[in-house]
Design a protein around this ligand. Structure first.
Ligand SMILES: Nc1nc2c(ncn2[C@@H]2O[C@H](COP(=O)(O)OP(=O)(O)OP(=O)(O)O)[C@@H](O)[C@H]2O)c(=O)[nH]1
Ligand SMILES: [Mg+2]
Length: 607
């Protein structure tokens, strides 16, 4: 057994190397502080070797809570485990950044009598920019074995694999060097070996002049974000149409070959009507994750965090909240984890308050369905802007502003003596996004989305279908058991102009928001007398959902906290069940009231 400890500065490519060596899929992104927990896996070519992927740290003196845990973990692994080997990952393009930590850990490892090797990562960039780097000289100066490698192209991986399996590597010669000398030496070595010919650096500085300029930076930010939301809708539309066509085609064939009756009705209404209605929206999640991944990997996200620091501080948040909040656009769960890197507890709690209001991808199917019903599928400016995409941007804008406003209000209510500290963020280099990684991450996410929501939706649609089909065999939905139950809860929703069918779907969506779509699909499936499958949006349009009620639904889903996992995780991470339950109740009440106001306003305006 050999334990390889992969350590190094944030964003140096530890997780990327880890994934290469183990075949696993830890999250990789061009933003410092992505890995927040120590993870492990065994070497693909030799299960006897276990790799440990550590969160990045700049030095042995921790700043954030996560760093403290990482360093404590590293120390105990060094001193307790028998066969530990430290593999220090250095970013060859930013040597100076990692060297102090490198020598500090080398000393610590030497004191524990453990071997130490350096993996000099990102060598592909050194080559593609024709930079000069004296690799063996650097190894000699550090007094350890050094392996040039690229996690991106896999060049040098075989040699690394070989090295990690042979435990008898050098012990670094720094055991007795005092800390001050370590720092001085690291600086000297950094100066001497920094890659020559810094074309790369100058080109990047030029880009930053634009993207971080006061006026041009803000302008670029707005454009990039607008494109982001337009792209989600525009690119996903053909995929969604494709999935819909396939679902309907298969469903029609299936139901037509089955003998008429109970089973055919079940397959048509519950499976293809319910589950199928939800599947249509999966491409949206895929595209969303793809675009966020590309943004992350390009290095722009850190710039965006910097640009947002000042505006966010108006609401009591800061640039540190930016990435947790943006992750919330995909899903609240990783967003809550991402907030762990924030050092101030108060700011972290405020971020938790805002996260559930971020328009997460579980809401996407609901919005997309309602937009398809309410907004004509037309374009303006010669096809440049689609009204449906614009409506989606508006809903997202509404969700995000509500999140910020609520944070500001909560911030005002609390005491304002906060010690958030200055906002320091290392700006990663601009890079071409790694298409392979972000594609597989997006596929993973979409798969996860289908599995998680799919099983909930399947269970709910079966139950809903059962109660909606009986006791009269689907002949008359309005006299089914489901309708009786629905009429009982109807008074809660009729002030929003919604009848019992929507009430049932909303109640069901407390399991997972996406269930809303599946449930409506099933209900309308039972209701429609003809055997042909029809897209759900068309059925709802035909049933006469008013614009005012549609708007009320959008507002309700934007604000309501209908996600059991989020509430549970919030209770754990904030260490307070009261906090989580208060948040949930508060957002429910607020959601209903806001929906009520919007419904009445819209009804008055449109009448
Ligand atoms: N060009 C190039 N990019 C790389 C290489 N290795 C990693 N990257 C990119 O560098 C960025 C950071 O990689 P990660 O593996 O997330 O870095 P990390 O060290 O785990 O970072 P933290 O978890 O934040 O400490 C990502 O955008 C990777 O795609 C490489 O060899 N070449
Ligand atoms: Mg990592």
């Amino acid at each position: 057994m050999i334990n390889v400890l992969l350590v190094g500065a944030p964003n140096s490519g530890k997780s990327a190397l880890f994934n290469r060596l183990t075949g696993l899929k830890h999250k990789v992104a061009n933003y410092p502080g992505i890995t927040i927990d120590v993870g492990s896996g065994s070497l693909t070519s030799n299960p006897q070797v276990t790799l440990w992927d550590f969160p990045g740290t700049y030095s042995l003196s921790p700043v954030s809570g996560e760093e403290r845990i990482a360093i404590a973990g590293l120390r105990s692994a060094l001193h307790d485990s028998q066969d530990a080997l430290v593999a220090m990952v250095l970013d060859a393009t930013r040597l100076e950044k990692g060297l102090t930590y490198c020598l500090q850990v080398a000393r610590e490892a030497a004191q524990a009598g453990k071997s130490f090797v350096v993996l000099l990562n990102m060598m592909d960039l050194i080559e593609s920019d024709s930079l000069e780097l004296d690799v063996s000289g650097l190894g000699t100066a550090l007094g350890v074995s050094i392996y040039p490698v690229s996690a991106r192209t896999a060049k040098g991986i075989a040699a690394v694999e070989q090295a990690l399996q042979t435990g008898d590597q050098n012990v670094a010669p720094w055991a007795d060097t005092p800390d001050a000398l370590i720092r001085g030496t690291a600086q000297q070595i950094g100066k001497r070996f920094t890659p020559k010919g810094d074309l790369l650096v100058r080109r990047q500085a030029l880009i930053d002049q634009w993207l971080l300029g006061t006026v041009s930076g803000g302008f670029a930010f707005v454009i990039i974000m607008t494109l982001f939301f337009q792209a989600i809708f525009t690119w996903a539309a053909p995929l969604m149409d494709g999935v819909e066509a396939v679902v309907i085609a298969i469903g029609s064939i299936m139901t037509s070959v089955m003998p008429e009756g109970f089973l055919a009705d079940f397959v048509g209404d519950a499976i293809f009507g319910g589950l199928g209605a939800f599947l249509v929206f999966v491409p949206l999640v895929f595209i969303l994750t793809l675009i966020i991944g590309a943004l992350e990997d390009s290095g722009y996200l850190a710039r965006a965090a910097l640009i947002c620091h000042r505006p966010l501080s108006l609401f009591g948040l800061s640039g540190k909240s930016f990435v947790p909040l943006l992750s919330g656009v995909a899903c609240a769960i990783p967003a809550i984890y991402a907030a762990r890197t924030m050092s101030s507890m108060q700011e972290r709690l405020l971020t938790y308050v805002a996260i559930p209001l971020m328009p997460c991808s579980a809401r996407l199917p609901v919005y997309a369905l309602l937009i398809a019903i309410l907004i004509p599928n037309e374009t303006a400016l010669g096809g440049l802007i689609g009204w449906q995409g614009l409506a989606m941007s508006a809903i997202y804008f509404f969700g995000i502003s509500t999140a910020l406003l609520v944070a500001a209000v909560v911030n005002r209510m609390g005491d304002r003596d906060r010690s958030g500290g200055p906002f320091i963020l290392e700006l990663p280099a601009y890079r071409l996004p790694a298409s392979r990684t972000i594609f597989s991450a997006a596929l993973n996410r979409a798969g996860h989305f289908v599995r998680k929501a799919g099983s909930a939706i399947f269970a709910v649609t079966v139950v809903v279908w059962f109660f909606g089909y009986f006791p009269n065999g689907g002949e008359d939905l309005s006299s089914s058991w489901l309708a009786s139950i629905g009429r009982f809860i109807e008074p809660v929703f009729s002030p929003l102009g919604l009848d019992w069918r929507y009430g049932v779907a909303i109640i069901a969506s407390f399991l997972a928001r996406e269930v809303f779509v599946g449930t409506l699909g099933t209900i309308f499936g039972i209701e429609s007398a003809d055997a042909d499958l029809v897209p759900l949006a068309d059925q709802i349009t035909a049933s006469g959902l008013t614009v005012a009620s549609g708007a009320a639904l959008v507002v309700f889903f934007t604000i309501a906290l209908q996600c059991v996992s989020t509430v549970a995780l919030l209770a754990r991470e904030a260490n307070s069940a009261r906090f989580a339950v208060t948040l949930m109740t508060g957002y429910l009440v607020l959601a209903w009231v806001a929906a009520f106001v919007v419904y009445n306003l819209a009804a008055a305006l449109l009448s």
